[in-house]
Structures are given as C-alpha cells and as structure tokens.
Design a protein around this ligand. Structure first.
Ligand SMILES: O=P(O)(O)O[C@@H]1[C@@H](OP(=O)(O)O)[C@H](OP(=O)(O)O)[C@H](O)[C@H](OP(=O)(O)O)[C@H]1OP(=O)(O)O
Ligand SMILES: Nc1ncnc2c1ncn2[C@@H]1O[C@H](COP(=O)(O)OP(=O)(O)O)[C@@H](O)[C@H]1O
Length: 266
C-alpha cells in the first residue's frame, strides 16, 4: 500500500492532490520522475551511473530502480524512482533538509529557472552562508516551521534554529537547552567531515540544489543520526573541476555545527 510520507520536510509534497513522493510499508520511498523537463532523467541517470567507493556510496540513499505506480495526484500510472526510505527506521524522527551551495542553478538551466533560483538564493541564507534550511520537523512536538519562515532566516536565526533542532523540547526559548547537540551534531559532524574530504578531491559531479538530510530519534540510546545526500535532479558533470559551490557551503554548515559544539567541551 502506497501512502503519503508523514515526515517529508521540503520539496514537492503529495498533499492536496499534488504530485509528490509516496512510501510503502517495506521502507521504500517512491519519488515521481518529473517528465516535463530534464530533472527526472537527470536524477535517474545519476542513480544508475553512480560510481563511487562503498564508503562514499553510504552517503546516498539505496536505489532500487524504477516502477510505474499510481501517482499521488490521481492522474494514474506514473514512473517513480524507488529509493531507500531514510526515515522508515525511526519511530519518532526529527528531520532536517539543508540545501547546500550559494548557487542552486547551473548554466544549462533555462533563463526563467535561473532567475527564479537567483531570487531565492539572494533572499535566503544561501548566498551569504552557502546553505539554507529548506525544511525541518520534529515529530514528537510537531514543531515544523513554515517555508516562508525558514526562507527569511538571518545567520543568527539559522544558528538558533540548528540549536532548536537538538533541544529536548521545542518551546519558545528551547534553543537554550541544546540537550542532544553533543550526541547528534557530534556524530553528524563526523560524517560531514568525511563527506568534505571527498568533495576536496572529487571532480566528477557538480551538485546543484542538492541537500544534506539529517534524521535522528529524540530518544536516548536510539539509532545514530543518519546523514545522507538527497535530490540529484540538478547534478551536472564536473569536468575535472572541484565543486567549490557545494564544498564552500558544506564547510560553512560544518562551521555552524562546530560553533554549537565548541562551548560544550568546556
Ligand atoms: O515551485 P516551488 O516554489 O515550490 O519551488 C520548489 C522549491 O520549493 P520552495 O523553494 O521551498 O518553495 C523546492 O525547494 P526545496 O527543495 O523545498 O528547498 C525545489 O527548489 C523545487 O525545485 P527542484 O525540484 O529542485 O527543481 C522547486 O520546484 P520547481 O518550481 O522548480 O518545480
Ligand atoms: N530517500 C528518502 N527517504 C526519505 N525521505 C526523503 C528521501 N528523499 C527525499 N526525502 C524527503 O523529501 C524531501 C524532498 O526531496 P527532494 O529529493 O529534494 O525532492 P524535490 O525534488 O521535490 O525537491 C526531502 O526534504 C525529504 O524530506
């Protein structure tokens, strides 16, 4: 039985009869292939040709091919990518989608798309910080700031929001407690530093508009947080050049996490 995911935090959502992803009971996430432009085929060819070491492959969701299943918008059978559902192992997941890079578009995109992205990059923290929080949700407290709220965050606002993500409750001043920072961000940081080491050398792909998805369970002693990359609809060949747009944004995000963790060591 396919259903609308409960814990999707960003992107196109299958709510109100729109085309969006679906999940099944066996841990699979069905992402509709967008056929009206290159996005669907770009993401499909990314997954089918992905050639990286097993250690780096762990940063990407498992891929199980494609299937034609009934679309969430009721328009009938539609091709979907079948991916590993990254939140299915968690009972009460806290989820955050962080879109990496100051620039979310590439030169091959249409003029109209570039203009739309440039506006959003300028008006959000993407341009100044090199990343923006696209979505965040805590399934215990039902804390789920709106997109418009997230898009307006200053650097200070981003730092507070990150602290709130690892607080034991999400009340007004909860950014002060930061109870799970060491446990969650400590382990996220380790993964991101490993990812950064790869971005310092890899020149095969340039990842525009790609996100780091962080998921954790807000109950002590539960599974480690997961850190994965999602959304490869705008990946282009790197042609032997470092992806400095992604690398720069990743370094900036890492520094925000370090700033939260540092005072905890004293
Ligand atoms: O249409 P919108 O305004 O919801 O824009 C989508 C964005 O939503 P948001 O900026 O959060 O409002 C959405 O952003 P998020 O993933 O939610 O950050 C994507 O940028 C999406 O583009 P694409 O599928 O990556 O090409 C965007 O979709 P497209 O308009 O490019 O199809
Ligand atoms: N493999 C996955 N498992 C679980 N959730 C996912 C997965 N991929 C994406 N998501 C959820 O869907 C959201 C949007 O995904 P994304 O691939 O960026 O879609 P879009 O192309 O519509 O922007 C993510 O923020 C996350 O909440």
């Amino acid at each position: 039985m396919l259903k609308v995911p409960e814990h999707q935090v960003a992107g196109h959502k299958a709510k109100k009869g729109l085309l969006g992803p679906l999940v099944d009971d066996s841990g699979k996430f069905y992402k509709p292939l967008q056929n009206n432009d290159a996005r669907g085929s770009t993401e499909l060819s990314f997954y089918t040709t992905l050639a990286v070491t097993p250690a780096i492959r762990r940063f990407f969701p498992d891929f199980y091919g494609t299937a034609v299943v009934p679309a969430s918008d009721g328009s009938g059978p539609h091709p979907h990518l079948i991916l590993e559902d990254l939140v299915s192992p968690y009972a009460k997941p806290s989820v955050m989608d962080v879109k990496i890079g100051s620039r979310t578009w590439n030169a091959d995109d249409s003029e109209e798309y570039i203009a739309k992205c440039m506006k959003k990059d300028r008006e959000t923290s993407s341009l100044p910080l090199g990343f923006r929080i696209s979505g965040v949700k805590d399934s215990i407290s039902s804390w789920e700031p709106s997109r418009t709220f997230l898009q307006k965050l200053s650097a200070e606002g981003v730092a507070l929001l990150l602290r709130k993500f690892v607080s034991s409750f999400n009340a007004e001043d909860s950014d002060r407690d930061c109870d799970f920072a060491a446990e969650v961000f400590g382990s996220v940081l380790e993964r991101l530093v490993e990812l950064k080491a790869w971005f310092e050398v890899q020149t095969v792909y340039h990842f525009y508009s790609c996100s780091v998805l962080v998921v954790y369970e807000k109950e002590k002693g539960k599974a480690k947080p997961v850190v994965k990359l999602v959304d490869f609809a705008h990946v282009v060949p790197g042609n032997g050049v470092i992806d400095h747009n992604f690398l720069g944004g990743l370094c900036s995000f890492i520094n925000f996490l370090k700033d939260i963790l540092q005072p905890l060591h004293h």
